[in-house]
Design a protein. Structure first.
Length: 563
C-alpha cells in the first residue's frame, strides 16, 4: 500500500530516518525500500494484546475520552470490523524512565496501581503480550529528571535499556517498540524540546541496538500542529502544553499505527477524525492564518522586527492569494511571497500592551482579514539556584535576598550583567509572550520554559518600565496556569516590595494586589522562584474604577524613575 502524503512527511523526518522502522528481529517485519514501514501489519488483524508503558499521557490514553488507546481501538475496528482490540494502558503520572524502572521491579512481587483504575501492573506484566510499546521521556524533560548534558542523557539511556530488558523478559512480546516522546511546549525549537530531541535520538539509537521498532509519535504530533497552524494561528495539539488534546491523541495513535505497519488504520484516523478537526480550525473557508517569530534586535533599541508567515486556504481549487500587513507606526515588507503563503518582515516599537496589526488576504474574489496582536515585551533573565525551601514550601528570607534584590530596591540599574558564581552570569534578554507556551500570548505572561531548560530550584526575573501620564492607582493581577509545581513570587513597583508569597498556594493560583503608578516612568519587576516542574506566571496591570490604561506605554530599556 502506498503511503498518503501526511505519512510520507513523518517517515522522512531526520529522527525517523535515523534507524528506520523495520529494525525488529521479528520475522513478520521486512523492510520496504520504498516506504521504510513494516511490510506487514503487526497487530494481528486488531486482536493482538498490546501493553502500553508510559506516564500520564499513557494514562490519559484511557482516561481521556479521546485518548490514543481509544483512537487505536476505533481505527482497528474500521479496518477489521470483527476484531477485539486488547490495549492495556499502564500510565503513571510523573513517571520517567528511572521511576518506571522502580515500578517494574516493585511489581514483580506486589500489587501496583497507576493512573488507569482497576489495572494492576503486576497482573498486567505477568501475562504475555504480543506487542509492547514504551513511550517515556516527557517527565524526564518536564520535571526535569534529566539535565542538558550528554552525561545525563547517557545515564537516562542506560536506565531505559535496563527497563526495556526487564519488560521484555516478563512479557515476552513478539514486537517491542519505542514511541518518541511528544512535545513539551508547542515550540519545537524551545529549550525543553531541544532536550526532548536529544532523548528521542538516544531512544532511536537504543531501538537500533536492541532490534526494536521506533514509532514516530513526536513527528506525527508536530505534523498535526504544523497543519493546524496553517488554518488557525492558535491551533493546539495539547491542552496544557504537555498533555495532548483530541487532535494530539489522534496524532499519537496515527504515529503508533504507522510504525506498526497499520497504515490503513492510520489513514482512517486521518480522513475520518483528524481531517474534521483541521477543517473546523480557523472557521469557514477561505481561511487565513499566520505565525509570528521575533527576530534579533539591537540590545539598546526599542525597535523590534518580526517575521510574520501567513497562509490562505481557498474554498475550492487553489487560487493565487495576495497578502498585505499593516499597523500604525509599523513598516512591513514582503519576503518571498508564494501562491498560498506569504512572509513579511514587520518592524516597529511595541510600546503598547497589545500592538495591533492587520493581515489582509485577497483570495480569488474574496477579501479576508485577521487581527495580528503583538504583545509588549518583557526583559527576563534566569539562572539563580535557591535551594533553601522550608517545609511550608517557602524560601527562607535570607535565601530570597541577594545582589539583584539590592539593585532593585535601591532603584539602581539591575539590568547590568551580574556574576552569580561558578563562572555563571545573569544576562537579560527580551521576551515576547507566545501561543506556544503556558500563558499563551497574554501580554502579562512569562513562561521560563521559553528561556531555559531549568534546573530544580531555579529562579528568574522579569521587568518592564511603564510610562503613565499621571498618578493613578492600579490593580496588579498575579496568576499562574501551571498544573504542576510550586512557585514563590516577589513583586516590586519602583523598588517597593508589594507581594512576597507562594503564588501556587493562592486560591485558584491567583492574587490581586494594589499598586500606584507615578507620573513618568515606573519599574515593574518580579522574581519567580520554582522548586521543579513548570515555571510560568502572569503579571498584568488592570484599571481601577472608571480609569482606562490605554495611554500607558511599555519599555524594556531602563528609564529614570519618577520621584
Amino acid at each position: 500500500m502506498s503511503l498518503p502524503p501526511f505519512l510520507h512527511w513523518i517517515i522522512r523526518s531526520p529522527l525517523f530516518a535515523l534507524v528506520g522502522l523495520a529494525v525488529s528481529t521479528c520475522s513478520a517485519v521486512a523492510q520496504s525500500p520504498a516506504e521504510t514501514a513494516p511490510a506487514a501489519p503487526l497487530l494481528q488483524r486488531g486482536n493482538a494484546r498490546v501493553v502500553l508503558v508510559g506516564d500520564s499521557i499513557t494514562g490519559q490514553s484511557r482516561n481521556h475520552p479521546a485518548g490514543y488507546a481509544h483512537q487505536i481501538d476505533w481505527a482497528l475496528r474500521q479496518v477489521y470490523p470483527d476484531c477485539k482490540p486488547n490495549v492495556v494502558a499502564l500510565g503513571g503520572s510523573g513517571a520517567g524512565v528511572q521511576s518506571w524502572l522502580n515500578v517494574e521491579k516493585r511489581s514483580r512481587s506486589e500489587t501496583v496501581f497507576l493512573d488507569v483504575k482497576g489495572i494492576d501492573v503486576k497482573a498486567a506484566l505477568d501475562q504475555p503480550a504480543d506487542v509492547l510499546i514504551i513511550m517515556l521521556g516527557m517527565n524526564d524533560v518536564l520535571a526535569p529528571y534529566v539535565t542538558d548534558e550528554p552525561a545525563s542523557w547517557e545515564k537516562w539511556t542506560a536506565a531505559y535499556r535496563e527497563l526495556i530488558t526487564g519488560l521484555r523478559q516478563r512479557l515476552n512480546p513478539a514486537v517491542t517498540a519505542l514511541a518518541t516522546a511528544t512535545l513539551c511546549t508547542e515550540e519545537p525549537a524551545s529549550p525543553k524540546n531541544r532536550v526532548m530531541d536529544e532523548l528521542n535520538a538516544h531512544a532511536a539509537r537504543l531501538a537500533s541496538e536492541m532490534g526494536l521498532l521506533l514509532l514516530p509519535t513526536n513527528e506525527s504530533m508536530k505534523e498535526a500542529l504544523r497543519r493546524g497552524r496553517r488554518a488557525q494561528p492558535d491551533f493546539h495539539v495539547t491542552g496544557d502544553f504537555v498533555h495532548p488534546n483530541a487532535a494530539g491523541h489522534i496524532a499519537i495513535a496515527m504515529g503508533m499505527l504507522l510504525g506498526l505497519g497499520e497504515t490503513e488504520a492510520a489513514q482512517a484516523l486521518e480522513t475520518k477524525r483528524l481531517a474534521g478537526i483541521l477543517e473546523k480550525a480557523g472557521g469557514e473557508s477561505p481561511k487565513l492564518s499566520y505565525a509570528i517569530t521575533a527576530l534579533t534586535a539591537e540590545p539598546d533599541s526599542e525597535r523590534q522586527s518580526f517575521q510574520v508567515r501567513c497562509w490562505a486556504t481557498p474554498p475550492g481549487a487553489a487560487t493565487p492569494s495576495q497578502f498585505s500587513l499593516s499597523g500604525e507606526g509599523w513598516t512591513a515588507r514582503p519576503a518571498a511571497p508564494d501562491q498560498d503563503d506569504g512572509e513579511f518582515i514587520v518592524t516597529g516599537i511595541p510600546d503598547r500592551r497589545e500592538n495591533p496589526l492587520k493581515l489582509t488576504a485577497r483570495i480569488g474574489d474574496r477579501v479576508v482579514t485577521r487581527d495580528v496582536p503583538i504583545p509588549a515585551p518583557w526583559l527576563v533573565t534566569a539562572g539563580v539556584i535557591r535551594k533553601s525551601w522550608n517545609d511550608r514550601q517557602l524560601l527562607d528570607p535570607e535565601a530570597l535576598h541577594g545582589p539583584m534584590e539590592d539593585r532593585i530596591e535601591q532603584r539602581r540599574d539591575f539590568t547590568v550583567p551580574l556574576d552569580i558564581g561558578h563562572g555563571a552570569r545573569l544576562e537579560w534578554r527580551r521576551y515576547f509572550p507566545s501561543v506556544n507556551f503556558t500563558g499563551g500570548n497574554s501580554p502579562g505572561s512569562v513562561d521560563f520554559a521559553a528561556v531555559t531548560h531549568a534546573q530544580n530550584f531555579a529562579a528568574g526575573y522579569g521587568a518592564r518600565w511603564i510610562h503613565s501620564d499621571r498618578e493613578r492607582p492600579v490593580a496588579i493581577d498575579l496568576s499562574t496556569q501551571i498544573f504542576a509545581g510550586s512557585m514563590q513570587m516577589v513583586v516590586y513597583l519602583n523598588g517597593a516590595k508589594l507581594y512576597d508569597g507562594l503564588l501556587t498556594g493562592e486560591p485558584q493560583k491567583r492574587r490581586s494586589i494594589e499598586g500606584r503608578l507615578r507620573p513618568g516612568w515606573n519599574a515593574l519587576v518580579f522574581n519567580l522562584n520554582h522548586l521543579a516542574w513548570q515555571w510560568q506566571c502572569t503579571v498584568d496591570l488592570k484599571a481601577v474604577g472608571d480609569d482606562s490604561l490605554d495611554d500607558l506605554r511599555y519599555s524594556i530599556l531602563p528609564h529614570e524613575l519618577a520621584p
